[in-house]
Design a protein around this ligand. Structure first.
Ligand code: IFM
Length: 470
């Protein structure tokens, strides 16, 4: 570790992120319609201990307090998502009361000097649209663009940064193939159709927003990974890493930045009919110029496809069910893991950023923002509810050092958002995994900044990482 503070470039944007279903609660108030997550949470066994987002962090009623918390933490920006079903309960008809909630939130943020950063879609599709085929249906992409335009009409006078989708890989592969996220479908062909329609929806939304507001800053957030062969000397491992990289990274980056799907991935999935959902002109819509790329990074992994066992503990299936069906397995490398079981691999972030700059964002002149990075750990509060979460603090520190190294390598990284501002509803894990800079006591809804949150507030204020041990 360095022994002097590491200063970030002037204007580097420090923020924290959340998502609507994970924090808002008020699931049945203000005319909000049902989303696929409301419905999925009612499926027995879908979510740990039958948890749901009905109350979550009650942010809907506590947004003023939460914005105060952000200000106290010296956050310059807040990345939040909009609940489509709150603003358009049936997916198409605007609900003024729902839209008014976000308008108030934006005003609260601006009054506190915090830049609002909108994510239009963080996985909570209106159930009414899922009933018509969801993301497997082309029409959903068109409805998404209409929704984007309505939200911009309401908030575009005050919100200058708009990102379309959060982690379309998760929506498509975990929602439509693995079935472990809403809507819980297990249909690989539908998942591939969903990939295309999510990207098409992104492109149509960008087109609609550009028409409405040529000066807006527009982008998308992808969850990207570093896929290594468990043994670079084994052909099966090299092919396993290629497949994971293909479906997790290039499947999204190539259409967005190059206007084409990667040929090897299309060949891998040729039997699943993806080519039939891609119409002439779609890739031109998808590959319109962007103003930023949001990168969510949590971990990389090593993979094998070789039936001969690797030494060490047994590997798990990779998250993508399509590559798992190809016989690909993750091989643990003995690295420390977070509460999610994810290997802690900060050097992977530097490799990822450098590769993005070299192959995608650099040639396109598009800046990168880390829109999520963080870790869940078993938090143990003291009698006052304070959590001295040194492991999470170290996670942030190590990953920010990796970002700093990438900056020194010449990568155009402009900001960093910690995931997450608050402990919140962690999808299929319910409330059992805590990622917050701030502890939420779900019984009382009390918010208590953790040691990592206090540390992050000093980093944000000073625009620098403290000297090692500082
Ligand atoms: O909580 C999620 C978030 O909604 C999307 N990115 C990953 C986080 C941690 O799993």
């Amino acid at each position: 570790m360095n022994s002097s503070p590491l200063t970030f470039p002037a204007g580097f944007l420090w923020g924290a992120a959340t998502a609507a279903y994970q924090i808002e609660g008020a699931a049945h108030e203000g005319g909000r319609g049902e989303s696929i997550w409301d419905v999925f949470c009612r499926v027995p066994g879908a979510v740990a201990d039958a948890h749901n987002g009905d109350v979550a962090c009650d942010h809907y009623h506590r947004s003023a307090q939460d914005v105060g918390l952000m200000r106290d933490l010296n956050l310059a920006a807040y990345r939040f998502s909009i609940s489509w079903a709150r603003c358009m309960p049936d997916g198409v008809t605007p609900n003024p009361e729902g839209i008014a909630f976000y308008s108030r939130l934006v005003d609260q943020l601006l009054a506190a000097g915090i830049t609002p950063w909108i994510t239009l879609y963080h996985w909570d599709l209106p159930q009414a649209l899922e009933d018509k085929g969801g993301w497997a249906a082309r029409e959903t992409a068109e409805r998404f663009a209409d929704y984007a335009a309505v939200m911009h009409e309401a908030l575009g006078d005050r919100v200058r940064i708009w990102t379309t989708l959060n982690e379309p890989w998760v929506s498509a592969f975990l929602g439509y193939a693995a079935g472990i996220h809403a809507p819980g479908r297990q249909d690989p062909a539908a998942a591939l159709a969903a990939v295309h329609h999510l990207l098409l929806g992104h492109g149509l939304a960008v087109r609609a927003l550009r028409r409405q507001d040529p000066e807006a800053t527009l982008g998308i957030t992808l969850n990207l990974t570093v896929a290594d062969p468990a043994d670079p000397g084994r052909d099966g491992d090299l092919d396993a890493a290629r497949r994971v990289d293909g479906q997790s990274n290039r499947m999204f980056l190539d259409p967005l930045f190059r206007g084409e799907y990667p040929a090897d991935v299309l060949a891998d999935v040729a039997h699943l009919g993806m080519a039939e959902v891609v119409r002439p002109g779609d890739l031109d819509i998808i590959s319109q110029p962007l103003d930023l790329l949001g990168v969510n990074y949590y971990h990389g992994d090593a993979f094998t496809k070789d039936p001969a066992p690797h030494p060490g503990p047994a590997g798990g299936a990779p998250a993508s069910p399509l590559v798992a069906a190809d016989g690909v397995r993750q091989v643990p490398r003995g690295l420390p893991v977070t509460g999610m079981g994810w290997e802690i691999q900060p050097e992977g972030l530097r490799r990822l950023l450098n590769r993005l700059q070299r192959e995608y964002t650099g040639p396109a002149g598009v800046p990168i923002y880390i829109t999520e990075n963080g870790a869940a750990f078993e938090d143990v509060p003291d009698a006052d509810g304070f959590v001295d979460d040194q492991a999470r603090l170290a996670f942030f520190d190590q990953h920010l050092r990796a970002v700093h190294e990438s900056l020194a390598d010449g990568v155009d990284v402009r900001g960093y958002f910690a995931w997450s501002l608050l402990d919140n509803f962690e999808w299929a894990f319910g409330y059992h995994q805590r990622f917050g800079l701030v502890r939420v006591d779900y019984e009382t809804q009390r918010r208590i900044p953790k040691a990592s949150g206090l540390w992050y507030s000093r980093v944000a204020a000073s625009n620098a990482l403290p000297a090692a041990g500082g």
